[in-house]
Design a protein around this ligand. Sequence first.
Ligand SMILES: N[C@@H](CCC[C@H](N)C(=O)O)C(=O)O
Length: 329
Amino acid sequence: MVQLLKVHGSQNQFFILDQTQLKNKLSDQERIALAKHITDKDAGLLHGADGLLVIDDSDHDGTLGSMEVINTDGSIASMCGNGLRTVSRYLAEKYGKDEFKVQTQDSDLAVHKEADLANGVPTFSVEISPVSFNKESLPFDNLGADQIINQPIPEFGVGVRFTAIAVPNPHLIGFGNFKTMKPDGLKVLGSMLNNKNKFFPDGVNVSFAEIQGPNTLFVQTFERGVGLTNACGTGMSAASLAFCINRPELAKFDELITVYNPGGMVKTRVHDDNDQYTIDLIGNATFTHKVEISEDALHSNDLDDATVTETGEQAAYETFVGGLDNGRF
Ligand SMILES: N[C@@H](CCC[C@H](N)C(=O)O)C(=O)O
């Protein structure tokens, strides 16, 4: 039997499949088909998820494994911050190590175990990089500039200033007041920019960010390939970088920033090494369920006979979120 995990980082939910358990690894097509099926909120398992994270071996220096990110619609993402924390915990427990690297599509990222955010809430810090503001990296077009940093873009929303950053997956962050932006506005803009459009030809993760005080943000994201999610780790990291650059009087490099989101809270720390930016993303890595399934059933994408067991970790996470003093709107 093969064991999958249902996991979350700030309630951004994923299934983890460790391909190294299989006698015959799933092909590209099989992984994409499994991702679309298992994450489907009606036809999938456990009311679906926001993506499938596939772990495999890596022969890169200092790494314990690789992570592939497949969105619910079957598209491949170059990175996933909340997912990387859960994959880091999985690899840390598998190999008994607390500090190592994980190979991702574009780079090998440093990760380590952190002090628990709260009792019973396992916590990991992951590196978010490389960072680029260039229109070719996102990519975007028809916005009248090669970089979008703290710009009003009237076609995208009124009273909001936008910053576009690849970390390296593409993000558009709108800073403003949630009372005027509203989740509905996020859904409308996210849908527009993730269907055929002249601005972001490959789609883009769209976040609304509200500054709630010094070093404090609330961020919600409409994810490319998924839709509205409870949290997006790379989105909160990109928003933290934009916060430090656009509002230096309120957010400082190398200091912890608290980022609330609809699924909980993470901490970020932004570093600036001569305009080479990196971000530490620190947050929970919660395993909610174990799923047992045969290798044949995985190859035929048949989830009917999968057996599901709860881990019991979610209660501690909910206690942690219940105790947060956040400024939800
Ligand atoms: N949830 C993620 C990002 C997942 C990928 C994204 N939907 C994309 O297509 O770029 C995170 O926590 O960073």
